[in-house]
Design a binder for this molecule. Sequence first.
Ligand code: FES
Length: 146
Amino acid sequence: MEKILEKYNQAGRDSLIPILQEVQDNDGFLAEESLVRIGKHLKLPVSKIYGVATFYNQFRFQPKGKYHVQVCRGTACHVLGSATVMQQLEKTLKIKNDETSRDGKFSLEVVACIGACGLAPVIAINGEFHAKVNSESIKEIIKSLK
Ligand code: FES
C-alpha cells in the first residue's frame, strides 16, 4: 500500500481510480483500512472514496474465495441461458454477485465475454473454463469442489 501511494505523491483526487485499481490488483480487493489510508493520502473523506468505488463494478470489497467463480454474461452466453446459470449458482452457493461465502470457499463474479463464446454458456473457476453449463451441471461442479 505505501509503495503504491509513494508513486502518487502529490496526487489529487483525479488519481483516485488508478490508486484503487492498483490496490485491488495488489490485495485482490479493497479493504476498509485501505480506503481509510487512501482517504488520508488524497485528503478525501472515506465516504467519498466508497461512493466512487461502489459506482464502478470493477471493485470488490471482499476477498475472493478459494474458488472464484466467474459467470460470463456476454451476448452468446446470455442467449444460451447464463441468467439461469447465475440464479443456480446464487442458490447453490447462497451468495450474490461480488460476494464471498462465509467460509471463504466461494466467490461469485459476473463478467463480460471471456472469449470462449463457442463454449456458451460458460463459467470459469479459478481461470478454468467449464463449457455449456446448465443448472444440473452447475450443481455437480460445485459439489465436486465442496
Ligand atoms: S459471450 Fe460468453 S464467452 Fe463470449
